[in-house]
Structure formats: C-alpha cells, structure tokens
Ligand binder design. Structure first.
Ligand code: ZN
Length: 176
C-alpha cells in the first residue's frame, strides 16, 4: 500500500555524530541521578518533541531518552547534548505531578533541580534557538518545545559552534 511507505516517525535514526551519546547519558546519570537505574538507552528519532524521556510502560519495559533527529548532526556541541541528557534524566528522577486532572510535567522542584545541575541551561537554549530557531515551536502549556516538520530543511545545514557569551568583566587568568 503506497501510504505505508512512509517511515514510522518513531523509527530510531542512525548516528551522525562522533559523540558517544549513550556514554554521555550514562555519565550524566551516574553523576547526578545514581538512583535512576541505568544505563538508560538513548535514541535519535524524528518525532515531535525536541527530546523526551519515556518511562517504563506496558509497551516499553525500560525507560529511554529520545532526542530529535535535528540534533543528530556532526556539529551539535557536546554541551547541548549533555544539557538535554540532564533535563531528560531529571524527568525520570522527578516524575510529573498530578493535581486532579492537571498533570505538571515540570513542577517547581524540577526547575529548581535543573538550575542546580545545569548552569549551562541559558547557553544551551541560546545555541538551540540560534541554530534550530526556524523549526522550533513552543507549546502553549508546560513550556515544552516541539520541532515542526520544517526541520528537514535544517537536517544537513551547518551549525554554529558552542560560543559562551564573553563575560562583561574578564575572568581572572587563574580561574580559567
Ligand atoms: Zn522537560
């Protein structure tokens, strides 16, 4: 059937980065989330979220992290992948909070914990916005970032390097 030829959107993609992403996720897990059983498998997939953590369910016997295929690029900085690993594994450590019919995927304690373990958050978002801006969409609720179908136009486009903001006051040499 012709309609069946389209690949399934959740089909995991082959690796295009030289970074050992499973090792990176495991490093982050063992360092910040030793109570989360690991290693947590990680896949690149062309689905809607920029990244997501899937908890164990009837369909999936183990938790896993999915990162959007638009980040499966040789020039994606390791800092961005590490930040995403921290954010997604934090979802496994701090599960969504339910109050009545409302589900809070990012409760206050989630953001507090992220601020403690990921001081690079702003820089990572700056890189993501600068490099993937045209295909980013923010959902109206829960501060979740999605990737629109236009991402394929960026699939092989060059990426800017990780560029920390130059501090206004120069950092003293002994601290560098
Ligand atoms: Zn999240």
């Amino acid at each position: 059937m012709p309609g069946r030829r389209r690949p399934h959107p959740f089909q995991p993609a082959l690796w295009r980065t030289s970074i050992d992403v499973p090792a990176l996720v495991e490093e982050v897990r063992s360092l910040y989330f030793p109570r989360v059983p690991g290693p947590v498998p990680v896949f690149f997939a062309a689905h809607r979220p920029l990244a997501c953590a899937v908890t164990a369910s009837e369909e999936l016997v183990f938790p896993a992290v999915y990162i959007h295929q638009v980040l499966n690029h040789p020039e994606t900085p390791v800092e961005v992948l590490r930040f995403i690993a921290k954010h997604e594994l934090l979802h496994l450590a701090i599960p969504p909070k339910r109050s009545g019919r409302r589900v809070q995927t990012h409760p206050r304690e989630f953001w507090d914990a992220e601020a403690r373990i990921a001081p690079e958050s702003r820089l990572a978002w700056q890189w993501i916005t600068e490099n993937l801006g045209p295909c980013l969409a923010r959902s109206s609720r829960a501060r979740e970032v999605h990737i629109t179908r236009t991402w394929t136009a960026l699939e092989f486009a060059p990426r800017a390097p990780w560029a920390p903001i130059t501090p206004i006051r120069p950092v003293p040499a002994p601290l560098l």
